[in-house]
Design a protein around this ligand. Sequence first.
Ligand SMILES: Cc1cc2nc3c(=O)[nH]c(=O)nc-3n(C[C@H](O)[C@H](O)[C@H](O)COP(=O)(O)O)c2cc1C
Length: 205
Amino acid sequence: MNEIFHVIIKFTSEALALSRHINNLNKSETIMSQFILLYSTKDGHTLDICNRLKPIIESHDHQVVLKDLDVFNENLEEFDSIIIGASIHYGKHHRRVYDFIKKNQKILEARPNAFFSVNVVARKPEKNKPDTNPYLKKFLRQISWKPQELAVFAGKIDYQRYRFLDRQMIRMIMWITSGPTDINTVVEFTDWQQVEAFGHHVAKK
Ligand SMILES: Cc1cc2nc3c(=O)[nH]c(=O)nc-3n(C[C@H](O)[C@H](O)[C@H](O)COP(=O)(O)O)c2cc1C
């Protein structure tokens, strides 16, 4: 009886030691990646979205560098994962987004990558997915890069920020699409929970 008891104790302590060892291995093998978050913005909302994504990705023990795509001139190859976010103005992402993707396509394809688009059409539930948002669908037809992860986030309207002509144009678009037309409107259509979920998702890739 004493012997059986002894064997059980020995087995249990060896199992505990093994479990501690595996635990330590897992800790030391956690891979920390260097992410680059590149944004193309006109009025700052895509940057706001990136500023929400950054701490989320960092909470997964990654490092995140946030840069304006317009002025980015570092070596993209130094990063392990690349995320690009760009807003829509008058139906298009900025020309520089196309140029950047074309120039860096091989580097993008060689590592985990993601793209998200910001526009106000995405405030409509039937147009807020990568395969239902007209701008993202068109954009993907125009480029040959196929982002591994895609998202569409609804943007922001702030009439007082816009120049006179832009304000009138947006009001007209909003009137046609049953959106807010009061020139004092400041409205964020962004679903921040969706943004955060995207952050966790890309960080786990
Ligand atoms: C001049 C102007 C034109 C816009 N054109 C469109 C458009 O064609 N379609 C759309 O869905 N949203 C359009 N928007 C809404 C923007 O996509 C939205 O405001 C977004 O949050 C802007 O992001 P940014 O601040 O990062 O540039 C437009 C906004 C402005 C000011």
